[in-house]
Design a protein around this ligand. Structure first.
Ligand code: SF4
Ligand code: F3S
Length: 307
């Protein structure tokens, strides 16, 4: 790989930001002689994750350590779809992932079946964990695609701490999926103030208002997009003016469509009434902030009346 020192240091800093580690520690981990060897597998995929794992492949090209599988694409469980050298993808996945010390599922398709698994799921598409139940240490990095810094961060975590990162109930690393997008969003102050974009390109859109009414799923989606961002930290979906579609969540193609309609139940009511625990925390946070703001306004009014 032809990478300048500056690019390498910048990349290490971004990976370190995801893990809350200094760039120096990341660089040391990537220089380790015990780096795992990577076997890339691509099944029913658009190819969008390939750039996300290219940096990991390049960095681990000469590695001789234990083998990990890096998978993009969903795995069809119905016969005759996605043959690999004449073999069903399911057989290949079971052989390779079943003997690896860990499998990293890149993107929503490899994690949960993604677009191919959306209704009516003609190929019987599933993610790796479901296709290869005996695979060890399956780590899901859903997104559309997976974030490249998070891909490398998972391996750096293993090299630095000697264990794979802690996961949530969807097998997603907590360091990257432990927080709602809504809670770190650049536009959150506008959400709290009730300032929403009503139509594409309106004055609120130009002013950077909240995209909730255009269908933003940030209140029910956990991912570190607002912090790690994309394209070397350049920007991210919401900062670019587009609502989050929730691509880091299981079954988002079915569960979050129509994409450009807001969550059911009205603007604030929807967030307040969604049953998921994470969304409940959002609602609680909004409620507390609302009370604090109201108290502040009352105090300011009292002070003004006294003056
Ligand atoms: Fe940001 Fe979307 Fe939440 Fe609005 S609804 S604050 S745009 S994450
Ligand atoms: Fe996906 Fe939303 Fe991030 S659409 S890339 S989880 S901002």
């Amino acid at each position: 790989m032809d990478v300048s020192r500056r690019e390498f240091v910048t990349f290490c800093a971004a990976v370190g930001a995801a893990l809350a580690l200094p760039a120096r520690v990341v660089a040391e981990a990537l220089a380790s002689p015990d780096k795992p060897a990577i076997i890339p597998l691509s099944f029913q995929a658009c190819g969008g994750n390939s750039p996300s794992f290219k940096s990991a492949l390049d960095l681990f090209a000469q590695a001789k350590g234990p083998t990990i599988a890096l998978v993009e694409g969903s795995i069809p469980t119905k016969p005759s779809y996605c043959l690999v050298d004449g073999r069903p993808a399911l057989d290949v996945a079971r052989e390779v992932c079943g003997s690896a010390v860990a499998t990293i599922a890149l993107g929503n398709c490899a994690s949960f079946g993604g677009l191919a698994a959306a209704h009516p799921n003609p190929t019987g598409a599933v993610g790796v964990a479901e296709a290869v139940p005996h695979a060890q240490n399956v780590i899901n990095l859903p997104g559309c695609p997976a974030n490249p810094e998070n891909v490398t961060a998972v391996i750096v975590h293993y090299l630095t701490f000697g264990r794979w990162p802690d996961l949530d109930a969807q097998r997603r690393p907590l360091f990257a999926y432990g927080k709602l997008i809504h809670d770190a969003c650049d536009r959150r102050a506008h959400y709290d103030a009730g300032q929403y974009v009503e139509q594409w390109g309106d004055d609120g859109h130009r002013a950077g208002y909240c995209l909730y009414k255009l269908g933003c799923k940030g209140p029910v989606t956990s991912h570190n997009c607002p912090n790690v961002r994309w394209n070397g930290g350049t920007s991210w979906t919401v900062a670019a003016g587009h609502p989050c579609l929730g691509c880091a969540e299981a079954k988002f193609w079915d569960a979050h469509s129509p994409f450009y309609e807001h969550l059911p139940g009205g603007v604030h009511a929807s967030v307040d009434t969604i049953g998921a625990g994470a969304a409940g925390l959002v609602a609680a946070g909004v409620a507390v902030r609302g009370v604090v703001n109201a108290v502040r306004r009352m105090k300011a009014k009292d002070d003004a009346d006294r003056d």
